[in-house]
Ligand binder design. Structure first.
Ligand SMILES: Cc1cc2nc3c(=O)[nH]c(=O)nc-3n(C[C@H](O)[C@H](O)[C@H](O)COP(=O)(O)OP(=O)(O)OC[C@H]3O[C@@H](n4cnc5c(N)ncnc54)[C@H](O)[C@@H]3O)c2cc1C
Length: 452
C-alpha cells in the first residue's frame, strides 16, 4: 500500500518586512530573545508604551511553535491560575484586527470537548464552576445540541463541554502581524539574529551578544520557547523544561462539517480560514527521552501521571544530541542557536496515519479530502503545565517567559501585555506570582490542573 500521507515539512509562510541584519542597534531599553507570539506580543505592548525594544529571532518570526500550532484560542479547560491572563487575551484578540489593521483569521466559533461516556461528562462538568468564576460561559451541552455545532460528525457522544466565546486564529498570520504592529509602534524586529549570550556588569545585565554584535541594555526577556532551558543553563539559571513533539496535518478546502474547534479522544479538528481543517490526533504526543528527562523527571511526576495516556516516551538520537551539546559556549563563535535556525522535527508517521483513519471515521464527509501538508512542533512544557514569567533572582535585568506548555498561542497577546507590564513597571492588572520560577525549588507543591 502506498503511504497516503507524504509528510511535507511545514512551509508556514511569513511575510516581512523583518530585517536580516548584519549589524544591530548599539543599545535598547529592552532586548527580547525569540520572535514567537510571546516575544512579539511583549514587544508590541512595550513599543506602545514608547519603550525602545529590539526583538532578536535566530530563524524567522513564528518559525517554531507559534507558527506550528493548532490555532485554538481557548479559555476552556485551562488551569485556573491562567484564567485572568486568558480572559484579557480574549479581549485583545477580539479587537486585534481592528487595532493593527491586519487579518489574523480570528473567529469566535467556540470550542467543544465531546464526551463518549458518563464518566467523561462528569469529568468535564467538574470544570464548570471554575470557569463560571471568570464569566467565560463554559457549559455542558447534550448530544442534540452538539449535533447542531458539528453537523458533519459521527460518534456515540453523550454531550460536550462547550465555550461559545472561544475562538480560532491562523498561526502563520497572527504572530508576523503582531510583529509588524510592534514595528509600526517603533520596535525593531530582527530575524536571522541569534542571541549567543548575555554580559553583565556589577552582577546585572549590561548587554546582549548576538551573532551580529552586541546591544547594550539593562533589561532582557528570554522568550526562547523550547530553547529557554538551554539558554538559561549557560547563565547558571535552572529552568525545568521538557519537550514534547506534536504532529499536525491540514486538509485542502472542503465542505463545512463544523466551523469552530472540536476535540474528542480520536481527533482534534479546527476549521481553517482557507476552508480546510487543521487536524491532530487528540493530544497524542511524543516525548523523546534526553538527559533533561532524568534531571527534571521527578518534578514532572504528576504531569506525567495526568497525561500518561497521551504521551509516548521513546529514546532516540535526541538523547545523544543533548548529551553532547555544549553547556556553555564562547560568545565570539557560532553558537548552538545558529546551528539550528529553526527547530523542525519530523512529524510522527504513525500519528499521521491515525489522523487520516480517525478523521474519515468521525467526519465521513472528509473521507478522501487531500491532506496537503503535515508538520510537527516541539512544545515547551513545565512541570505544572503553566508558564514561567519572572525575573531571574541571580541575574537582575534578566527576565524569562517560557513554558506555555501547549497553550501559549491563545494566551499570547494577554501574556505579552502582562510581561510588558512586568518589564516596564506599568500595572497590567494581571498578577504573575503563580508563574514565578522559584515555585519549582521552594517546596511549593507542583500541581498541574490541566494537561498539555
Ligand atoms: C503542535 C502544537 C500545537 C499547539 N496548539 C496550540 C493551540 O491550539 N492553542 C494554543 O494556545 N497553543 C498551542 N500550542 C502552543 C503554542 O504554539 C505555544 O505555547 C506558543 O507558540 C509559544 O510561543 P513562544 O513565543 O513562547 O515560543 P516559540 O513560538 O517557540 O518562539 C520562540 C522563538 O525563540 C527563538 N529563539 C530561541 N533561542 C533563540 C536565541 N538564542 N536567539 C534568538 N532567537 C531564539 C526560536 O527560534 C523561536 O522562534 C501548540 C504548540 C504546538 C507545537
Amino acid at each position: 500500500m502506498t503511504d497516503p500521507l507524504p509528510a511535507k515539512l511545514v512551509a508556514q509562510t511569513w511575510t516581512g518586512p523583518f530585517d536580516c541584519p548584519t549589524t544591530v542597534p548599539a543599545s535598547a531599553d529592552v532586548v527580547v530573545i525569540g520572535g514567537g507570539i510571546i516575544g512579539v506580543s511583549t514587544a508590541w505592548f512595550l513599543a506602545k508604551q514608547g519603550i525602545d525594544v529590539v526583538v532578536c529571532e535566530k530563524g524567522h518570526i513564528a518559525g517554531e511553535q507559534s507558527g506550528r500550532n493548532w490555532g485554538w484560542v481557548r479559555q476552556q479547560g485551562r488551569d485556573t491560575r491562567e484564567m485572568p491572563m486568558i480572559v484579557e487575551s480574549m479581549r485583545i484578540w477580539r479587537g486585534l484586527e481592528d487595532e493593527i489593521g491586519e487579518d489574523v483569521g480570528y473567529r469566535e466559533q467556540g470550542v467543544l470537548y465531546a464526551a463518549a461516556t458518563d464518566r467523561q461528562m462528569n469529568r468535564y462538568a467538574a470544570r464548570i464552576d471554575a470557569a463560571d468564576e471568570f464569566g467565560v460561559g463554559t457549559r455542558m451541552i447534550d448530544a442534540n445540541e452538539l449535533a447542531q455545532y458539528v453537523p458533519g460528525g459521527k460518534g456515540d457522544w453523550k454531550g460536550a463541554l462547550y465555550t461559545a466565546s472561544d475562538g480560532r486564529a491562523e498561526p502563520h498570520k497572527a504572530t508576523p502581524a503582531i510583529a509588524r504592529a510592534a514595528i509600526s509602534k517603533g520596535a525593531t524586529v530582527l530575524s536571522s539574529c541569534a542571541v549567543r549570550g548575555i554580559e553583565s556588569s556589577a552582577g546585572s545585565v549590561s548587554s546582549v551578544v548576538t551573532e551580529h554584535g552586541s546591544i547594550k541594555t539593562s533589561t532582557v526577556l528570554c522568550a526562547a520557547g523550547a530553547w529557554t532551558s538551554m539558554f538559561c543553563r549557560s547563565l547558571g539559571i535552572m529552568v525545568p523544561q521538557l519537550k514534547v513533539r506534536g504532529t499536525v496535518a491540514r486538509t485542502a478546502p472542503s465542505v463545512s462539517v463544523l466551523e469552530g474547534n472540536f476535540y474528542d479522544q480520536r481527533i482534534g479538528i479546527r476549521r481553517r480560514q482557507d476552508g480546510g481543517y487543521t487536524l491532530a490526533l487528540g493530544t497524542d504526543l511524543d516525548h523523546p527521552i534526553t538527559p533533561s528527562t532524568f534531571r527534571f523527571g521527578l518534578k514532572y511526576l504528576r504531569a506525567f501521571l495526568m497525561d500518561m495516556k497521551n504521551v509516548r516516551v521513546s529514546i532516540g538520537r535526541e538523547f545523544a544530541e543533548e548529551w553532547s551539546a555544549p553547556k556553555t559556549w564562547p560568545l565570539d563563535a557560532e553558537s548552538p542557536f545558529e546551528k539550528t535556525r529553526v527547530l523542525n522535527p519530523k512529524p510522527n508517521r504513525r500519528v499521521l496515519k491515525n489522523i487520516r483513519y480517525n478523521v474519515d471515521k468521525v467526519f465521513p464527509q472528509l473521507a478522501g479530502v487531500e491532506i496537503v501538508e503535515s508538520w510537527a512542533g516541539m512544545i515547551d512544557t513545565t512541570p505544572d503545565i503553566i508558564p514561567v514569567i519572572d525575573q531571574a533572582a541571580s541575574l537582575p535585568g534578566f527576565y524569562i517567559a517560557t513554558g506555555f506548555s501547549g497553550h501559549g498561542f491563545g494566551i499570547g497577546p494577554g501574556a505579552g501585555k502582562a510581561i510588558a507590564g512586568m518589564l516596564s513597571g506599568d500595572d497590567s492588572g494581571i498578577d504573575l506570582k503563580e508563574f514565578r520560577l522559584s515555585r519549582f525549588f521552594d517546596g511549593t507543591p507542583i500541581r498541574p490542573q490541566a494537561g498539555v
